[in-house]
Every structure is written in structure tokens, then in C-alpha cells.
Design a protein around this ligand. Structure first.
Ligand code: RP5
Length: 169
């Protein structure tokens, strides 16, 4: 299976990215984690993206905060799918990173997840891989079924908790 690349704008983004790493491990997806800033080491970030396909990557996940141009800078240099995680740091609660990541010009897409939405970034990467991997697709279906069961169990408990109020006006 081709690997997923997780690229951080800074080591300080690792706590967010660890949630994506955890999900990818759950699915048995090989991964590589790098720190490559679009601003502090643009040449290295560009070279990584430009060689990512021939290096065996399938999907790139970029996590960055503030003026978060990392996902876009990677996307500019590869035709692999790039998923952006805007990280909440600095004083603007991640809105700065969200807009910097999501507002890409036509022709260079970045699939942007929610602020700090690392789990969804990893699940989306797995879904991309699962297009041609039935075993992964089956794992995704099982995870969805577990999600559904967990919510229905919450529903059952909450209904039970408030059952006595059902007859009141
Ligand atoms: C961004 O600036 C990084 O992705 C990080 O989220 C933020 C702060 O970086 P550090 O100053 O902690 O290295 O480029």
C-alpha cells in the first residue's frame, strides 16, 4: 500500500497531527511524518511535494496554523490529493489558518477539513485509498456501523434518563 505523508508546518503542530496518525495506524496505513514549513524552508517543502508521487506517497496531509500556506504550497507542486488541516494557534482561534488553507485558486485544490480536524483528514485519506482497496473499504464500513451503534446507544440512554418527563406538559 502506498504511504500517506503527514507534513507539519512546525513541530508545534504535532499534538493536532497525532490524532490523524492514530487513525491511520488503526487502518494499518503506512505513513511518514515530516516538518516542512512553507515559509521557513520553502525549497525543501517544494522538493518534497515535487517528488512525493515517485517516493511512494498516495495522499498528503498538511497541518499548519496561522498564515497556513503549507497545504497550498504542497498542492502547487504535486498532483497527489492534498488534505489541509488548519490548526488553531495564535490569537485568532484557527480562523486565520482555515481561510489560508481553504481559499485556494481554481486549479490547485486543497481538501480542507475543520479547524484541528485531524481525524477527518485521516479518514478522508483512507477513503481515497479505499477507492482501490476493498479491505480498507470494508474497515471504513465497519467504523461507520460502530459510529451509528454508539449514537443509538446514547439516544437510548438519554431517552431513558428523561423518560419520566415524557408525560408532563
Ligand atoms: C505555522 O506557524 C506552523 O504551522 C505553526 O502552526 C505556527 C507556529 O509555529 P511555531 O512558531 O510554533 O514553530 O507556520
Amino acid at each position: 500500500m502506498r504511504k500517506v505523508g503527514i507534513v507539519l508546518g512546525s513541530a508545534s503542530d504535532l499534538p493536532v497531527a497525532e490524532k490523524a496518525i492514530g487513525v491511520l495506524r488503526t487502518y494499518g496505513v503506512p505513513l511518514e511524518v515530516r516538518v516542512l514549513s512553507a515559509h521557513r524552508c520553502p525549497d525543501e517543502a517544494r522538493a518534497f511535494a515535487a517528488s512525493a508521487r515517485e517516493s511512494g506517497f498516495s495522499v498528503l496531509i498538511a497541518a499548519a496554523g496561522m498564515a497556513a500556506h503549507l497545504a497550498g504550497a504542497l498542492a502547487a507542486n504535486t498532483t497527489l490529493p492534498v488534505i489541509g488541516i488548519p490548526c488553531a494557534c495564535g490569537g485568532l482561534g484557527g480562523m486565520d489558518a482555515l481561510l489560508s488553507t481553504v481559499q485556494m485558486p481554481s486549479g490547485i485544490p486543497v481538501a480542507t477539513v475543520a479547524v484541528d480536524g485531524a481525524k477527518n483528514a485521516a479518514i478522508l485519506a483512507v477513503e481515497i485509498l479505499a477507492v482501490t482497496d476493498e479491505a480498507l473499504a470494508q474497515k471504513l464500513r465497519m467504523a461507520r456501523a460502530e459510529n451509528t451503534a454508539a449514537v443509538l446507544e446514547q439516544d437510548r440512554k438519554i431517552m431513558e434518563q428523561y423518560r419520566q418527563d415524557a408525560g408532563r406538559e
